[in-house]
Design a protein around this ligand. Structure first.
Ligand SMILES: Cc1cc2nc3c(=O)[nH]c(=O)nc-3n(C[C@H](O)[C@H](O)[C@H](O)COP(=O)(O)O)c2cc1C
Length: 304
């Protein structure tokens, strides 16, 4: 019997449902699975007001740690595998998750462990996973597998449906828009990944796990999103400094800057998305090798 720890954060319950589906093969095989939810002492709102959402940006992007409720003593046992279920916030691991990675308990739990990361998000996760890889490296753990479950609608469609979901709590379809978030099919399909992880765990051999997971669609990387993320990371580091320079969280200076960011960000995504899609088509012809290398990089687990 193996012991698996699942550490996660989830506001709507989406991430938790993905993980529950993923671990069914472990439970069927008789392994012990311990779920540990990350709980910020000061809870983040859900649904969010638009202001609260964008106001969370600078400290999330710069990964400033917040206090988390003490983890249960169960989570400090010795586990054969740790699964980290998280979501990106502003191209960065969500604040509870980046706080966990920086915390003493987090480092203790992750040290010398085989770790698997599972994402449930809109579609922009590449940079967040790089930051998680760094955190795992600092904790001296070994990333042996990664799955990214995304909203498969177009980039602009999911921007609208996910923002509506975050601001109202309603993820249902409306007008001609599909439901927001990871589809039920993809949530159920996570059990297939669980089976593959189970086989690797039984054989105690994780060397080829990512390849077999990828054959089942664990990581799909769109070249236009590689370009959009690169630009996003650069622009966000400037914006994070700009908003933080507005002063204390409740100051007028900060508020004005958050409102500016609130209008500029969605507008920039709307304008840049089609342009970068076009650019990625051109780059696929002109600089195919370079872009292909980028895509392959994000489909594996080492850190450059
Ligand atoms: C503040 C905030 C920022 C987000 N930023 C991103 C992002 O950069 N990329 C992305 O793909 N999804 C982003 N999302 C969507 C989340 O990754 C996730 O899909 C959603 O919050 C549902 O997850 P949960 O209910 O399981 O926590 C963001 C959500 C929030 C609340």
């Amino acid at each position: 019997m193996k012991k698996i720890l699942v550490v996660y954060f989830s506001q709507s319950g989406q991430q938790m449902r993905i993980l529950q589906s993923l671990v069914t093969p472990f439970l069927d095989a008789g392994h012990e699975v311990v779920f540990e939810e990350l709980q910020p002492l000061e809870r983040f709102p859900f649904p969010w007001s638009a202001y609260e959402f964008f106001n969370a940006f600078p400290e999330t992007f710069t990964q400033q740690p917040i206090a988390l409720r003490a983890l249960s003593s169960n989570s400090l046992q010795n586990f054969d595998l740790v699964i980290l279920g998280y979501q990106p916030w502003f191209l960065t691991p969500s604040r509870p998750v980046s706080s966990f990675l920086q915390s003493k308990d987090g480092k203790r739990i992750l040290q010398d462990k085989n770790v698997i990361t599972v994402l449930g998000c809109r579609n922009m996760w590449l940079g967040a996973q790089e930051k998680v890889k760094r955190g795992l490296k600092e904790a001296n753990s070994k990333l042996v597998g990664h799955m990214a479950l995304v909203d498969r609608s177009g980039n602009l469609t999911s921007l609208i449906t996910i923002l509506r979901w975050m601001f109202t709590g309603n993820k249902d379809s409306f007008w001609f828009f599909p439901p927001a978030g990871v589809s039920e099919n993809d949530i159920n399909h996570a059990a297939v990944f669980g089976n593959l992880i189970n086989e690797a765990m039984q054989a105690n051999d994780f060397d080829n796990l990512q390849d077999v997971l990828n054959k089942e669609g664990a990581i799909e990387v769109k070249p236009n999103l590689v370009l959009l993320e690169k630009r996003g990371q650069k622009a966000f580091s400037v914006w994070a400094r700009f908003v933080a320079m507005g002063g204390a969280v409740h100051s007028t200076g900060r508020k004005l800057r958050v409102y500016l960011f609130m209008y500029v960000l969605p507008t920039a995504i709307f304008i840049l998305s089609p342009l970068l899609w076009l650019l990625s088509r051109i780059m696929l012809i002109v600089k195919r090798k370079q872009l292909d290398l980028e895509v392959s990089y994000y489909k594996q687990n080492s850190l450059r």
